[in-house]
Design a protein around this ligand. Sequence first.
Ligand code: TYD
Length: 206
Amino acid sequence: MPGLFISFEGIDGVGKSTQADALEEFVRSKGFEVVRSLEPGGTELGQEIRHLLLHRKGDVAPRAEALLYAADRAHHVATKIRPALEAGKVVIQDRYLDSSVAYQGAGRELDAKEVRDLSLWATNGLLPKLTVLLDLDPVAARARRDQTGNEPDRLEREKIEFFSAVRECYLQLAADEPERFLVVDATASREEIQECIRARVAELLA
Ligand code: TYD
């Protein structure tokens, strides 16, 4: 595909959207068209699914949760991401399939391979060219998230152990696919992180 697909991953509170915003500005300054998106909720249908997943009262069975994220992703890829990539645009996105593998796989103890296969089916096999993993200790991440003053959503209310399992899974995914992943230490300064991501993206744009 002519475009370039970049995803940002990491546990809640690591600064994904701040870094994705900064990258968007950088890529635009190089003269490329950018589509900035997120999951869950990158489309109108996705916004409704996002609400069900994060703000509806009551539990969601783990397999139902995995299917709802996959449904959001399927519609998002088919109606927004694939068309943008086919038109040669750069897609910069908060979260993608690795979030499902890490949160629903490791966090919820579903089989990680099954969750990945479900997402690959949902997206007809679309993977990012680059996935930036912002890595941070869950205790530090929670402190940062709490500073925002926003009410935590259903996932953010999970225990630290949940986020430790998610973090470990992300690191394993990165070790399994070193070509696709760029792991960045999220304790570094905002500028240092930005520099590191820019260097890698500049190579891909060249
Ligand atoms: P996010 O939009 O990053 O949260 P916020 O806007 O509150 O910072 O993601 C919402 C939550 O959904 C987040 O806790 C991670 C979770 N999630 C999954 O569990 N699986 C998935 O496949 C995705 C995309 C997100």
